[in-house]
Write a protein that binds this ligand. Sequence first.
Ligand code: GDP
Ligand code: NAG
Ligand code: NAG
Ligand code: NAG
Ligand code: MG
Length: 362
Amino acid sequence: MTRQYLKNNVHSADVAKDIYIVRDTGIHIPKPATERVKAAFVVLVRNRELDDLRSSMRDMEATFNYKYNYPWIFLNEEPFTEEFINLTTSMTKANVSYGLVGKEHWGYPPWIDQDLAKLKRKEMADQGIIYGGSESYRHMCRYQSGFFYMHPLLDDLDYYWRVEPDVNFMCDIDYDPFLYMKQHDKKYGFTISLREFYSTVPTLWNTTKEWMGLNQKYLVPRHDPENLMKFVTDDSGDSYNLCHFWSNFEIGSVAFLRSEAYQSYFRYLDQAGGFFYERWGDAPVHSIAVAMLLKASEVHFFNDMGYRHGPFQHCPDGPDWLSKGKCYCEPRKSFDMSFNSCLPKWMEVANTTVDSYIISQR
Ligand SMILES: Nc1nc2c(ncn2[C@@H]2O[C@H](COP(=O)(O)OP(=O)(O)O)[C@@H](O)[C@H]2O)c(=O)[nH]1
Ligand SMILES: *[C@@H]1O[C@H](CO)[C@@H](O)[C@H](O)[C@H]1NC(C)=O
Ligand SMILES: *[C@@H]1O[C@H](CO)[C@@H](O)[C@H](O)[C@H]1NC(C)=O
Ligand SMILES: *[C@@H]1O[C@H](CO)[C@@H](O)[C@H](O)[C@H]1NC(C)=O
Ligand SMILES: [Mg+2]
C-alpha cells in the first residue's frame, strides 16, 4: 500500500492498484438553486501539460463551474507531481482528485504482437498519418475507449464531462448541462462532429459489423425511427462514412459506458488489435457505439456552448450571443460551416433543427 500524499484536508487512499488523492476543500460552497447531479469533470492529462490544463480550467470555472462547483478528477498513468497537484487545486474551489491509472489499463494486452505493432507504427509514420508513429497516443486512445470510465474515482458518478488541456469554453453557460442530461434522459452530448482519417481505421467497420452480427440483442432495432446508424453509414451499413463526435468534448453517462453492451463492443475491438495495428481513436469508437446502442433522443448537441480545441471550434450562431457579451467566439469561424462537418448529417438523421438545441437564455 503506497500512501502517496497526505496533508491537511487531503486524503489519500488505495483501491486495488489505483492510488488516488482526494482533496475536500472544506470551503463553504453556496448550493446552486437546482438539484445537484452526481457528476464531475474528468481529465486524462500529463504533468507537462499543466499550463495548458490550467487555461482550460480557468475557462470552465469562469463560464460555468464557479456557480456549480462540480469536482474535478485528474487521471494519469504516471504519478502527478506535487507542483501539478498544487497548481491545479488552486484553480478551483471545488473538490479535486488525482488518480493513477493502473498498468492493467495502460499497456499491451498479451494477445498483441508488439513487433507487428511497431512495424505498423513505422509504416503509418512514413505515410505521414497524424500520430501514426506514436505509441503513447495508441495507449491513450485505448484507455479513453475502454477504461477511463472504470476508474474507481468515477464509481459514484452518473455523468462525466471530459476536458482536455488547451481547450476554451467561450460562452457563459447559464444552466447545468449535467442536470439537463439527467432530466431529459440523455446519455451522450457533443459539440463538434467531423470525419475521421480513413487511414487510422481501415478495419474498424468490418470489426464492428462482426460484433453487430453476434450481438443483435443490444442494437436499437433497424426500423426504429430513432435509430442512428445513418449517422455513421451512408450505404445501409456496408461501410463507415467516418462521421464521429469529437470526443475531446463529451458529456456522457457513466452507466452507458459501463453497460454490458458497450463493454462487450470494446472488448471485441480490443481483441481485434486495431488500437495498436491501426490507430483507432476513441472518438470513432464512442461514436459508432452511440449510433448502434442509443436512440436519437438520448443524444444531445450542445449548440449553445462555445468550444474550441485546436484547430476547430464551435460557436453558437446569432448576433445576440456576441452583443450581450455572452460569448467571445466568432460564429463565422464555427466548424459547423465546414464541408467536413457531420452536423448537417446529424440534423438529418436525428430529424432535428439547430435551433431546437438551444437551452441557454440568449
Ligand atoms: N496521462 C496521459 N495523458 C495523455 C497521454 N497522451 C494524451 N493524453 C491526454 O489525452 C487527451 C488527448 O490527447 P491529445 O494529445 O490532446 O490528443 P489530440 O487532442 O487528439 O491531439 C488529452 O487530455 C491529453 O492530455 C499520455 O501519454 N498520458
Ligand atoms: C467535497 O467532498 C466532500 C467529501 O467527500 C463532500 O462531502 C462534499 O459534498 C464535496 N463537495 C462538493 C462541492 O462536491
Ligand atoms: C505544494 O503546496 C504545499 C502546501 O502549500 C507546499 O508545502 C509545497 O512546497 C508545494 N509544492 C510545490 C512543488 O509547489
Ligand atoms: C471488409 O470485409 C469485406 C468482406 O469480407 C472485404 O471484402 C473487405 O476487404 C474488408 N475491408 C477491409 C478494409 O478489410
Ligand atoms: Mg487534445
